[in-house]
Design a protein around this ligand. Structure first.
Ligand code: CP
Length: 352
């Protein structure tokens, strides 16, 4: 019964999937599938009655905000939307401004006395485009808060997206081990996209023992620490992990492809001495052919699936024919944000 999930991991933070075992993550996915059924049948599941989730959004959102907010309502609780400019902006000690900001140690302890979990989204300019600073802010919240911290996407990880994605994969292919999962870079006119989704995607695929291929043009390498974690996952859970600079080679024989734009970390600090968006744009413009179109999808297995976290840049990352066509499970992934996050919240916020 789904009710067994309530409080199963009471008090744990949800910051990355890497610090959770495959077994515990699968427990959450199984619960999410049951919760999805309860929701579709409109069966009550008040797992978090009168509980409060604080959501701090430094960046905009459609899916994340609405799935958390609807999820809390459906489980009998409430989610507060907190916009940093309308509260005092939570700040690290090196970034304080009198009266317009408030130190994270204080924000975290105050909210922890009033509610049941704090969820945060922060990347890009809000993390000063210093790779890793957004994640550091979440860790700072976790250090001071004695209620769970939930990562709603930072500049390194998007663990909620990874769980919704794995749920969608399992709904289409119950046995995922041995299936080829391709996380691929794709072109977008916007260079300012975080690395969180591709990094969480390759961690997810390797965590479940899939045959994971990371494809990108030269210059779009992921964080070496993430690549090391992928190798560690392969050693522990089986499967394989390869990197290629050839999109066609990557798509050949694939079961799942996830073509998605991300920025080049070589053009932002700490690797670059300062943000270099002009140089980054040149690198992007040299790779406009990295688009998911029907010809590339046809290189996959017969029922290859197209995945995307959304929002997708239509006509650049992907053609309409692919996103709206027989291959696409992008809208299942979006829907599953609701169900998988309800399972995570029930598990870490619920009382056993
Ligand atoms: N996939 C995702 O996180 O969507 P939003 O940016 O709309 O929340």
């Amino acid at each position: 019964m789904s009710d067994n999930i309530v409080g199963k991991f009471h008090g744990r933070d949800w910051l990355t999937i890497q610090e959770w075992s495959q077994e515990d993550l699968q427990t959450l996915i199984d619960a999410a599938i049951k919760i999805k059924k309860l929701q579709k049948e409109r069966n009550p599941h008040d797992y978090l009655l009168r509980q409060t989730l604080f959501m701090i959004f430094f960046n905009r959102s459609l899916r994340t905000r609405n799935s958390f907010e609807a999820g809390m309502t459906q489980m009998g609780g409430h989610a507060h939307f907190l916009s940093p400019q309308d509260v005092y902006r939570p700040a690290l000690p090196d970034d304080e401004e009198a009266y317009t900001s408030e130190r994270i140690s204080d924000v975290a302890r105050v909210l922890a006395r009033m509610g049941d979990a704090i969820a945060i989204r922060i990347y890009g300019s809000h993390a000063k485009w210093i790779y890793g600073r957004g994640h550091r802010i979440l860790r700072e919240f976790a250090k001071w808060s004695d209620i769970p911290i939930i990562n709603m996407e930072d500049d390194v990880y998007h663990p909620c997206q990874a769980m919704a994605d794995m749920q969608a994969i399992q709904e289409h292919t119950p046995k995922v081990q041995g299936k080829k999962f391709v996380m691929s870079w794709a072109y977008s006119p916007s260079t300012k996209k975080p690395l969180a989704v591709p990094q969480s995607g390759v961690l997810m695929g390797t965590k479940w023992g899939m045959d994971v291929v990371l494809a990108h043009p030269k210059g779009f390498e992921l964080d070496p620490k993430i690549l090391e974690m992928c190798e560690k996952n392969v050693a522990q859970y089986g499967g394989s992990f390869e990197i290629t600079n050839d999109i066609e080679e990557a798509f050949a024989g694939a079961h799942f492809v996830y073509p998605k734009c991300w920025t080049s970390k070589h053009h932002i600090p700490p690797i670059a001495p300062a943000e270099d968006w002009e140089g980054c744009q040149k690198l992007f413009d040299a790779n406009k052919n990295w688009i998911a179109d029907a010809a590339k999808m046809d290189l996959g297995v017969k029922d290859v699936k197209y995945m995307h976290c959304l929002p997708a840049d239509r006509g650049f990352e992907v053609t309409d024919e692919v996103l709206d066509g027989k291959w696409s499970i992008a809208f299942d992934e979006a829907e599953n944000r609701l169900h998988s996050q309800k399972a995570i919240m029930a598990a870490i916020m619920g009382r056993p």
